[in-house]
Design a protein around this ligand. Structure first.
Ligand code: VGL
Ligand code: ZN
Length: 209
């Protein structure tokens, strides 16, 4: 069991309609984590969220590159970039949080992916580590000690967010039944968990809290 203290933070990553079944970049069973996350929120005095928040012109969208399809690769911001379907565009239903996700206890929402020139998987920094959402400074300012990460998608934004949290010096936990993977390759989710464990991120279940 892990006892939650008042300086522990629940960090909910990208639980948005486009990442849920029926959405543009749907994560299988993504909707199953919503009741789990809602129950978890009641245990924390600090709850924050991230939101993938792209302009329609975003460079990670295959539709913005002639002759390219989702799953193809390009170079973006000097990095190899996988191309995605158009998703989480600012002001669209797909970019909104799921209606069943409780939001009444959130202290702040950190938006990412606004710069069309670079993708942003982590809730802290863009993939080129140039842009900063302010989440790290926020967590430091409120005196956060441990960060508990959940949400979508395990093999992209959840993993990158947990890794940056750990790197910034927060003791970091992944709540494994409160996340799901895109699994472009069937083992991506399992690999992401192994990688995180190897990096010293604690992988726990919501039942442990
Ligand atoms: C995400 C792919 C593209 C995520 C965001 O939230 O995991 N994945 N943009
Ligand atoms: Zn995105």
């Amino acid at each position: 069991m892990v006892k939650i203290d008042k300086d522990d933070v629940l960090l909910i990553v990208d639980v948005q309609n486009d990442f849920l079944p029926g959405g543009a970049l749907a994560v299988a069973e993504g909707d199953q984590i919503i009741p789990v996350i809602n129950k978890l929120q009641g245990k924390f005095s600090l709850v924050v969220a991230t939101q993938d928040f792209h302009p329609a012109s975003h460079g990670s969208f295959a539709a913005n590159h002639v002759g390219k399809n989702p799953g193809d690769f390009i170079e973006l911001a000097g990095l190899t970039q996988i191309l995605w379907p158009v998703h989480c565009v600012q002001g669209t239903f797909g970019g909104d949080f799921h209606a069943d996700l409780a939001r009444d206890r959130w202290t702040a929402v950190f938006q990412k992916g606004m710069n069309p020139e670079v993708d942003s998987y982590s809730g802290f920094f863009d993939n080129a580590r140039k842009g900063d959402t302010g989440l790290g400074e926020f967590l430091t300012t409120i005196g956060a000690k441990r960060v508990f990460v959940c949400g979508l998608a395990l093999d992209y934004c959840v993993k990158f967010t947990a890794q940056d949290s750990k790197e910034l010096g927060f003791e970091t936990f992944l709540i494994s039944d409160a996340t799901r993977a895109v699994n472009l390759r069937p083992t991506d989710g399992a690999k992401a968990i192994d990688e995180m464990k190897a990096q010293g991120i604690n992988v726990i279940s919501s039942q442990d809290l």
